[in-house]
Ligand binder design. Structure first.
Ligand code: ATP
Ligand code: MG
Length: 399
């Protein structure tokens, strides 16, 4: 009976329906349609990724993605409302009105494999891009993101130990974190995002690897990095996210002046985090109200402590130039952020007679909100801001 107690490799842990909390009534009905249709045609069809994670935690998923054994052409054949997209048509979008259910054939790891195929002159389509449920689980970033919900018997299939980590609230890289972060450095920012957003701690080896390889982030595609930076704001956990960005060294790579300022102004107690907490309260207030918080406002709050430390004319442009240089933020975000920072002087006193054209500026409401966030963070009075708001109520709609 040697090896009796040894864990079998090549077999996932399967959690039957009574052993987990995912209920079909919490799954988008259109995602269910896709799952049932593929399954009835004899393909394997799973709910995958962040959707499964969020359902297990009891959160409303942002989107529902499907993983399947069906090849893209087969998925297209199964649905009238299906469009193949991406380079070489490797991803299927099944559309229901404005909603898209992303349906991906099980893949193998590695971008490396992907890249080689991408660059092969006339490689056959039937290549080694595609894989099995097992390889598809292993190519994912974190264990909590590697779980599958099987529509056939409503079980959760776990190749990577994700269920245990969800229960213990841990973000852990799948495989060797050093390799996975070098392979795709943006994963380090994703670790920060999930840890702050879900309130999970980053597992020791994963965190150590981040602290070792943080500067690889400078090799990643700038638009992807920029996008990930702005994904740290929704859900109202940006103070914790940027604390982790600073602690791991990622912030020092991307916005060195900001990181140095944090270090010189009390680290965890730096005013930078006071302002971000103010922003977080605002983000939480705005979610569910149908308002988008603008990236210009987010960028302005992030850089406000640095702006205030500058004290010179043109400080707004100077500190926002840092984000322009290293993250290539859109010009519109840059201009809005500069305007918001510079608006603080104008809005610090009540509107004077005949001097209120600012209320007709298209960023006026953002400026008002920005100044409220800063005033609350500094426990300052909002009287002048209330006067501006009253005036806007009265006249703002006129032009
Ligand atoms: P969110 O709620 O923010 O959408 P998510 O987990 O769904 O979170 P996505 O960026 O939508 O994140 O990605 C979907 C899934 O694809 C992830 O759950 C993960 O399994 C996988 N994935 C995404 N990006 C990577 C990456 N860089 N490396 C490996 N796997 C990834
Ligand atoms: Mg997602």
């Amino acid at each position: 009976m040697f090896g009796f107690f040894r864990k079998k490799v090549n077999e996932p842990v399967v959690y039957r329906r009574p052993e987990h909390c995912i209920s079909r009534k919490n799954i988008d009905p259109d995602a269910l349609k896709v799952l049932y249709r593929l399954s009835s045609l004899g393909y394997t069809a799973y709910l995958v990724g962040g959707g499964v994670r969020d359902l297990l935690i009891g959160r409303q998923p942002k989107d529902f993605d499907v993983g399947t054994s069906a090849k893209p052409a087969e998925v297209k054949h199964a649905f009238r409302n299906c469009f193949l997209i991406g380079r070489r048509f490797r991803l299927a979008h099944v559309k229901f009105g404005g909603k898209v259910i992303e349906t991906a054939t099980f893949r193998q790891n590695s971008q490396t494999v992907g890249e080689i195929i991408e660059h092969a002159a006339e490689g056959p389509f039937e290549d080694n891009t595609f894989g099995t449920p097992q390889t598809d689980a292993y190519r994912r970033d974190f264990t909590v993101n590697g779980l599958f919900y099987d529509i056939k018997d409503f079980s959760v299939i776990d190749w990577v130990g994700g269920m245990k980590d969800i229960r213990k609230k841990i973000i852990r890289a799948i495989g060797d974190p050093e390799i996975r972060f070098q392979e795709d450095p943006v994963r380090m920012m994703r670790a920060v995002k999930f840890s702050s957003r879900l309130g999970f701690r980053i597992e020791k080896r994963t965190l150590v690897a981040m602290k070792k390889y943080h500067s690889c982030i400078l090799n990643a595609s700038v638009p992807r990095v920029c996008e990930e930076v702005f994904r740290l704001f929704p859900y109202g956990c940006s103070a914790e996210a940027f604390r982790l960005m600073h602690e791991t060294g990622l912030l020092g790579d991307l916005l060195p002046e900001l990181s140095r300022y944090i270090a010189s102004s009390g680290n965890g107690r730096s005013p930078v985090f006071r302002y971000l907490k103010g922003l977080d309260a605002y983000e939480k207030m705005m979610t569910g109200k149908g308002f988008e918080v603008s990236n210009g406002l987010r960028a302005a709050v992030l850089m406000t402590a640095l702006y205030k430390a500058e004290k010179k004319d043109g400080a707004g442009r100077k500190v926002m130039q840092m984000m322009l240089d290293s993250l290539k933020i859109p010009k519109s975000v840059y201009f809005t952020a500069v305007l918001l920072m510079e608006s603080s002087r104008r809005l610090s006193a009540p509107p004077a007679k005949g001097k209120f054209r600012f209320i007709y500026n298209r960023d006026f409401l953002d400026a008002l909100d920005y100044n409220r966030i800063i005033a609350r963070s500094e426990k300052r009075s909002e009287d002048a801001l209330n006067k501006w708001a009253d005036l806007y109520e009265e006249k703002g709609q006129e032009e």
